[in-house]
Design a protein around this ligand. Structure first.
Ligand code: SF4
Ligand code: SF4
Length: 449
């Protein structure tokens, strides 16, 4: 046992010295943290699978319709022109990661990363049910190919493929909606080659990654893993071994040198050698060691979370900027109207100077007004162009002073503003046009502007 788990010191345990994969067989673990993680895994998987099905106020909770450039997040609709709002979301996500990592280390990796959640919560479970515990799996993989081995592997990979297909379809539902997924599933793949291709690619990727590649992704491919050394410092929370209590191993120290903490590690780490970049803070070694400590009558916590520091200045700075971003996003969302209106100057003739029948020389500006009902729901709204915010002397001329817009509809109307030439000279022509509950600025031009 100890020889099997005595890890190399000059290269990673999950690869040979020349870089070939060494397949890991992490042992099962029970304990308080395992139960917490199972609960969190279950909730997160249920949220992922059910979100595309949930409706908020009749609108999808999540829909990222890229071809039509319309999006719904928590029932709020967004269009392509709302993209600047993404600044708050992306900056907030980056800062949240920086904040959480600086205080709680790799808690995301251990508890919430889809890689950990699905591998631990689904794929390893299926593997254990079908193939047996880590020793049985290790022995089977080392044995010659027989009909029974082939049969067990076929059952396991069929189960993995089925789960991957469910994940692939659920992923696609975020982009096309559940109604479209249902419709496409009843049709031939040739009728929806693009959607089918995306689903097949995602399912294949999931099968490869969660079924086989596993910890290699965390160790060699995950960019977040590479950022750890920058985001964390010696006061960040990490899973750590207490050498003062544990050493000398098996000779008076509390560590009985059973290697149980190494056996359960999914990334091939011996945490007794100190904090390592490959550690994803899954806490399996904490549960494993606590079990050993309890059995041998010693206090638990030889491997535990360490450096739970009070918030440090850097964390305060992250939190402050995060609060500002959250405030900015809340303000932008609360002042956002379901009607979008954009006034664009007609390029063919920006203005004309025409003497009117009353003898006054007036300027006419021609604009195109784009108005969209941004609601996804099948509700029709009435839009009224109300000229009451126009400066005195400015007159609105349009054949569409009032019109209806159904859900998602965009309408372009021609609008003209007529005003005496003197208005621009006096500089008192600042005007707004009321478009439903929106107000758009009208920038008048003329020979004296
Ligand atoms: S599980 Fe605990 S006692 Fe066993 S080797 Fe690891 S640290 Fe030592
Ligand atoms: S060292 Fe412990 S916490 Fe880190 S990955 Fe291995 S088992 Fe998980």
């Amino acid at each position: 046992m100890s020889r099997l788990y005595e890890l190399p010191t000059d290269h990673l345990a999950s690869s040979t010295q020349d870089g070939h994969r060494v397949y890991l067989y992490p042992a099962d673990v029970r304990g308080r943290l395992r139960r917490i993680r199972t609960g969190i895994n279950t909730v997160l998987i249920l949220v992922f699978l059910s979100l595309p099905w949930i409706r908020i106020g009749g609108r999808p909770a999540i829909l990222l319709n890229l071809p039509e450039r319309k999006f719904a997040i928590l029932g709020i609709q967004f269009w392509a022109h709302d993209v600047p709002m993404l600044f708050f979301v992306i900056a907030g996500a980056v800062l949240s990661i920086a904040f959480v990592t600086s205080v709680w280390g790799r808690v995301w990796c251990g508890y919430a990363c889809p890689q950990t959640v699905f591998i631990d919560g689904v794929f390893r479970r299926l593997e254990r049910w079908i193939e047996g515990d880590s020793w049985t799996r290790r022995k089977r993989d080392a044995s010659a190919l027989t009909a029974s081995k082939l049969g067990i592997k076929a059952i396991k990979w069929s189960a993995f493929a089925l789960v991957s297909l469910v994940i692939g379809h659920s992923f696609l539902a975020y982009f096309v909606g559940t109604e479209a997924i249902g419709r496409m599933m009843s049709q031939s793949p040739l009728e929806n080659p693009g959607a089918f291709g995306v689903m097949a690619f995602i399912s294949g990727l999931v099968l490869f990654d969660f079924g086989w590649f596993r910890e290699q992704f965390c160790i060699v491919a995950c960019p977040y893993g590479r950022l750890q050394s920058v985001l964390m410092d010696d006061r960040s929370m990490v899973v750590g071994y207490d050498p003062a209590r544990g050493e000398p191993r098996g000779e008076g120290g509390d560590c009985v040198n059973c290697y149980r903490c190494v056996a359960v590690c999914p990334t091939g780490v011996d945490i007794r050698r100190g904090t390592q970049m490959e550690c994803i803070a899954c806490t399996a070694c904490m549960d494993a060691c606590d079990e050993v400590m309890t059995r041998t009558g010693r206090p638990t916590g030889l491997i535990r979370y360490t450096s739970v520091s009070a918030l440090k200045p850097r964390s305060f700075a992250y939190a402050a900027v995060l609060l500002m971003l959250a405030g900015g996003l809340t303000f932008t969302l609360s002042t956002r109207s379901l009607i979008s209106a954009e006034l664009v100057r007609a390029i063919e003739a920006p203005y004309q100077v025409i003497p009117d029948s009353d003898g006054v020389v007036r300027v006419t500006n021609h604009f195109k007004l784009d108005v969209r009902n941004q609601d996804f729901k099948a509700s029709r709204v009435r839009i009224e162009l109300a000229p009451e915010s126009l400066a005195a002397g400015v007159e609105l001329v349009t054949v569409n002073p009032e019109f209806g817009l159904s859900a998602g509809e965009l309408k372009r109307v021609d609008v003209f503003f007529k005003f005496p030439t003197a208005l621009l000279r006096s500089g008192s022509g600042r005007s707004w046009l009321n478009v439903g509950d929106r107000k758009v600025e009208v920038r008048l031009v003329g020979p004296f502007s």
